[in-house]
Design a protein around this ligand. Sequence first.
Ligand code: FE2
Length: 164
Amino acid sequence: MLLASAPPIKASPGFYSWPRTWPERQLLLERQHDRLEGLLADLLTLHGPEAPDWTAAQARACDGACRRLLWDLRLHLRLEARWLQAEGCLCPGHRAAHADAARAAFTAFCGSAGDRQARCAWLRDLRAWFTAHRAGPDASAYAAADAITATTDPVATAISGSQS
Ligand SMILES: [Fe+2]
């Protein structure tokens, strides 16, 4: 049983410390988005009705993978909130959406323990929320942070000033 479509996040050469600028942070957040979407897709395939029955060891592995997904999601949401807050681009609704989603995901995760169909439904619901959230509040907040960075970045300001 492999989770093949979720490649680990590898640091680029010279990129070993936490990113300090919004463009670097955005790049890492988007990589996390991609990785989480990959994990969700893999786990949905494994939990789907077309997948073969599991052995006890495979069931434990799937439960552990779901637990890891939940952990990674919560870390991602906290990191994203911290970095958007630093750019002044985290509105109260976005923060509340993270908290509500994390709470709901944890509750439903616990409620689906030992039930493959219920866990599959949990994964579907989580993917639906994640996809919509990425395309909605995240996209808006990232665009706002991009705009702020563009107006405060001295290089970008100098370039735009020389063109007018
Ligand atoms: Fe978000």
